[in-house]
Every structure is written in C-alpha cells, then in structure tokens.
Design a protein around this ligand. Structure first.
Ligand code: PMP
Length: 365
C-alpha cells in the first residue's frame, strides 16, 4: 500500500491505486552500486561528446517531436524495419504502462511467468487486469511451455522477459512462436537485457511473421542511458498505433531524444564494454560457483546480472551496504526467490571488491 497518504485522501483514490504495492528500487548512496542493472562502465568518451553536442543543440522553446522522428528512423534502420514498426517511449517502463492502458483492464487477462520483473503485475493491477501467473520451475527458472501456451490461449497480454529479470535465463524462440500462435492477444517479449546475450537469442526475426508480437528494448542498460529514459518497442504498425493512441503527447523530451539519437548513431562504440560486461559476468559466475562450500548457489545468466542464493541473504545484503558500501538488490523475501540477491556485473575492480566482501561475510571473518 502506498505510504504517507492520509485516510481522507486514500478514501478518494482509485481503489486499485490505493491497494498498490509501489515499485521500490531501494536505492541508497554507496561507493559501488551493483543494484539496478545499469552499465557501470559509463558512456565511452566519444559517445559522451556526441550526446553533449546533442543536448546543447536541443531546441527547448518548441515541443518535442511527438513520435521522436529522427530517433525512430535511426532505430528502424538499425533493426531493419519500417519506421511504422517502431515506437519510442520515456523508458521501457512507459511503453509497458501503455501496453496495459491499451490492452489491459477489467475482463482482460495478463499471463506472465514469475519470478520476473515486478512492474508487469503492478501495472496490470493498477488498471484492474486479471493476472494469471504460470510459475517458473523453482530450480531452473525455466517456463513451463505447455502450461504457458495453454494460459496464453485466454490472454489479452502475455509478457515474457528474455533474459529474465532477476533470474537471467533466456526464453527459447520456438516457445515465443508457440505463444504468438496460441494467444489471441499481444505477446510482448521484454528484451531489456538482450544486448548481453549470445547473438541469435532475440525474438525479433519473428516480427515479420506475427502481427501480435511486440519486442521491448531499452537504452538504459547496454547503452548507458538509464538516466536519459529511452525505451522502444518493435511491432506491427497496428500494435505501434495502439500504443501511440494511449501515450502522453510529449512524453519523450528533447534532451532524451537528442541523447538517444547520439547513442544509437554511435551504437557500435559500445561493443567493447558490452563484451567486457559479458566476460566479467562469466568470471563472476565462476568465482561465485567456487563458494559452494559457503552455501552459495549461482545461476547462469545471459544478462548483465547474476542471481545468487546464500545463507541469510538479507543480512548479507545489509552488511555489504553498511560495512563495504556495496549495494546489491535484495530479493530474499520475494516469492520463489528465498535467500536470493541479484548482483549487477560491474567493472573488474568493483566485482573484485564484491567477491572479497562476500567471502569475508560468508566465512564470518
Ligand atoms: N524491463 C526489464 C526486464 C527491466 O529490468 C527494466 C528496468 N529495470 C525495464 C524493462 C525498464 O527499463 P527502462 O524503463 O529503464 O527502459
């Protein structure tokens, strides 16, 4: 329930909003922040210079382009689709919200596979959409393909995250195909972390075949623009127009559009840091796997984070923050994620600091 709202004001709120458990990223100021799956390397300097030029040239006395035309064209060129297959939003979060405004609501059904990104359920509940959870396997976190296809046959919206947050595993393309065929509604593949996954993992090739498939991307992760708030959906013109119909007129401001355009034009420059993050992820996975005798379990990941289970995870997370100034994300009390923490892959020295701190805490030194 949202806090700090008097009974009098709560009484006049929309009931679904008054009952909401608001999204809380639990930020705090620390030396090493490995909690929000950002790209901790920061922008390559040449991209930063291009972004700065774009910000300086941004025209502010006029409203921004409602559909972010230049950025949209650049994204369309990149992904090899027409412009009418792309919609840009104020972060992926806005586009997810718009998905629920356009396709959710009373008598509509969301199918998703928990544990996953909590925002889907939040938005669904806010607009009074029925949520059908098809739980993941508790050990591998894989989706149950048969149960999912069955549930999808009655869904207005199916959302599957690939790689999944916070478990890191991919969703097989053939299962996406099955969902698109089974579902009378929209199938959204949330690929916020796809840049960190092996080539060929994206569901994008299926866009040419299914007009009910939508693929969500963001510039917040691999492309260092979490603060810039740019996400986009690739889909059929019908789905794009449905999302456009419910959007706020000028949600993507001129600065975000300019920064996004500079980042996308220079996307190849991010290649080396994305590759470093993927190799640091694999190193971190190997190192954490050696801590099995300390009670640590770690799952393989195709994203820029790892899910790790350990004894007294909640206490460990607080001690990492308070004694080492390292912040990781606590999922220890989330359903299906008992004693789990999610650790964003940082730069090599950040990862070393995390590993040292964890060893100390788990050995009780
Ligand atoms: N999808 C997933 C799975 C995410 O983890 C996030 C960010 N936490 C988003 C979408 C939204 O990202 P943004 O709004 O920053 O584009």
């Amino acid at each position: 329930m949202p806090q700090g709202i008097s009974d009098r004001i709560r009484a006049v709120m929309r009931p679904s909003a008054a009952a909401l458990e608001p999204y809380d990223p639990a930020f705090s100021q620390v030396r090493i922040n490995l909690s929000a799956n950002e790209n901790t390397y920061g922008m390559p300097p040449e991209v930063k210079a291009a972004v700065d030029r774009g910000l300086c040239d941004a025209v502010t006395n006029r409203y921004p382009q409602p559909l972010s035309n230049e950025l949209r064209s650049e994204l369309a060129r990149w992904h090899g689709v027409g412009e009418d297959h792309v919609i840009v939003g104020n972060g992926g979060d806005e586009l997810l919200f718009n998905l629920f405004l356009a396709f959710g609501g009373r008598d509509h059904v969301l199918v998703s596979c928990e544990p996953t990104f909590s925002v889907y359920r939040l938005y669904a509940e806010l607009v009074e959409t029925t949520v059908v959870d098809v739980p993941r396997n508790p050990d591998t976190f894989e989706c149950d393909a048969d149960a999912l296809a069955e549930a999808a046959s009655r869904a207005s919206i199916v959302v599957v995250t690939s790689p999944n947050n916070p478990t890191g595993n991919l969703f097989p393309i053939e299962q996406t195909r099955r969902l698109c065929e089974a579902c009378p509604g929209i199938v959204l593949l949330d690929e916020a972390y796809m840049e960190f996954a092996p080539d060929g993992s994206s569901a994008e090739p299926l866009l040419a075949e299914y007009d009910n498939l939508a693929v969500l991307h963001t510039l917040s992760k691999a492309f260092c623009l979490a603060g810039g708030r740019i996400g986009y959906v690739l889909a059929s013109p019908s789905v794009v127009n449905a999302l456009a119909a419910v959007r706020q007129p000028y949600s993507v401001n001129v600065f975000s559009q300019a920064a996004g355009l500079a980042a996308v034009k220079n996307r190849k420059t991010f290649g080396p840091t994305i590759a470093s993050i993927a190799s640091e992820r694999d190193r971190l996975l190997d190192e954490l796997a050696t801590m099995e005798d300390l009670g640590v379990t770690v799952w393989p990941s195709a994203a820029n984070f790892l899910l790790v289970r350990m004894p007294d995870a909640h206490v460990v997370r607080n001690r990492l923050r308070d004694e080492f100034s390292i912040l990781v994300r606590d999922f220890s009390s989330a359903p299906g994620l008992r004693d789990c923490l999610r650790i964003t892959v940082g730069m090599p020295d950040e990862n070393d600091a995390l590993l040292d701190a964890l060893r100390q805490l788990l050995k009780g030194e």
